[in-house]
Design a protein around this ligand. Structure first.
Ligand code: TYD
Length: 132
């Protein structure tokens, strides 16, 4: 499985950090939606779904969390803990997020508006989709 991590340029200086996210530049799609996960309760596992068409760029802009990606054949786990790294999550990838630090803010940019019909929340259904 190819893990697509995008290195985001830091423009920060002695005053502090600054990273800009630009549609079709360092974000490789048209951005239609932005959301963020924060105040995640201890021990919680989130995600546990795949998307049929949605693409996302995920950035831990504060703190850290673990991210599992599964393409139906391989699973890969990584730690997101760097605000200058964006994880690209393509359609058809099962994802789970866990071990959130108390201060974690996980920013997600998406190329579609929220649409429950785009979700695959059943793992067996996900595997069947991967095989077809
Ligand atoms: P959910 O998909 O369960 O979050 P995650 O997969 O990251 O654990 O979403 C939680 C709730 O928020 C659910 O009721 C749907 C709603 N929601 C929106 O209304 N808009 C959004 O863009 C997202 C991502 C979720």
């Amino acid at each position: 499985m190819k893990i697509e991590l995008i290195q985001l340029q830091r423009h920060g200086d002695y005053r502090g950090g600054l990273i800009a996210l630009e549609q079709n530049e360092n974000v490789p799609f048209q951005v239609k939606r932005v959301y963020y996960l924060f105040d995640t309760a201890a021990g919680v596992r989130r995600g546990m779904h795949a998307h049929r068409n949605l693409q996302q760029l995920v950035i831990a802009i504060r703190g850290c969390c673990h991210f599992l990606l599964d393409d139906g054949q391989e699973r890969h786990e990584l730690c997101l803990d760097d605000p200058s790294q964006g994880l690209l999550v393509r359609p058809g990838m099962w994802r789970e997020m866990y071990d959130f630090s108390k201060d974690c803010i996980l920013l997600v940019l998406a190329d579609q508006l929220y649409d429950e019909r785009d979700y695959i929340r059943d793992y067996d259904e996900f595997l069947a989709m991967c095989r077809s």
